[in-house]
Design a protein around this ligand. Structure first.
Ligand SMILES: *Cc1c(COP(=O)(O)O)cnc(C)c1O
Length: 230
């Protein structure tokens, strides 16, 4: 596809999406498996928040897009502890923190680098064997420990409903996530400040927005279908 066609098509999709979004909702363009040309087109159209799932793919793309200095990169995929250092080099935002061991490692690394990455805690509202993340009881038990990580700026929850639920159940998951965030915020934490809800993807973002999402992560509805899924 020529670059001007790419730009036109993306502009149209973006306009359609924006019509349904309150201004307060941050749109993260998920660029995994998306071409450099399409990412540049998204940048030209004003998008500045890009999401990637994999460290190596992100490193390659960020090197190719190094001239775009005002972009914010968001890690949205599962992170292995042994890649934590690389993740902190590449991503000021990590949406997919999913266990204490990783939190501990990120906190140590952030301290030694004098940085304070923004973090969302990945929560499974419903059981889902295909996804990592805390269950709600596990998360509630771990919050006091998470609150002690002073080099992490823990700002929100990331929620992905199990695939293929009816809309009403998907909405219920997002609403429970929103209530969970409020419940957490009512306690007097030292560091935790759960003000963001990173929830909603191409298939379900209107429901997430209805339930109070503050950040949505859109791939296919912006860029078209990926060659294969990750
Ligand atoms: C791939 C991915 C997205 C985007 O998914 P689409 O269905 O293409 O919008 C959002 N969040 C996470 C965690 C992802 O892995």
């Amino acid at each position: 596809m020529s670059n001007s066609l790419l730009l036109d098509q993306l502009a149209e999709r973006l306009q359609q999406i924006r019509q349904t979004l309150p201004d307060s909702v941050k749109l993260i363009a998920v660029t995994k498996q998306v071409s450099i040309e399409a990412i540049q087109a998204a940048y030209e159209l004003g998008l500045r928040d890009f999401g990637e799932s994999r460290i190596q793919e992100a490193a390659t793309k960020q090197a190719q897009l190094a001239t775009l200095t005002d972009v914010t990169w968001h890690l949205i995929g599962h992170l292995q502890t042994n890649k934590a250092a690389k993740a902190l080099e590449l991503f000021p935002w990590i949406h997919s923190l999913d266990n204490l061991k990783l939190a501990d490692r990120l906190n140590q690394l952030a301290a030694s680098r004098s940085i304070k990455p923004k973090i969302c805690l990945q929560v499974k509202i419903l059981p889902d064997p295909n996804k990592s993340g805390w269950t709600v009881p596990e998360l509630l038990a771990d919050l006091p420990t998470l609150d002690r990580y002073e080099h992490l700026e823990i700002v929100g929850l990331m929620v992905i409903p199990p695939y293929g639920l009816p809309d009403a159940e998907t909405l219920a998951v997002f609403e429970q996530a929103s209530e969970l965030a409020q419940q957490i915020q009512q306690q007097p934490w030292t560091n935790l400040n759960i003000r963001e809800l990173s929830m909603g993807m191409s298939e379900d973002y209107p429901l997430a927005v209805q339930a109070g999402a503050t950040m949505i992560r859109l791939g296919r509805t912006l860029f078209g279908s990926r060659a294969s899924t990750t």
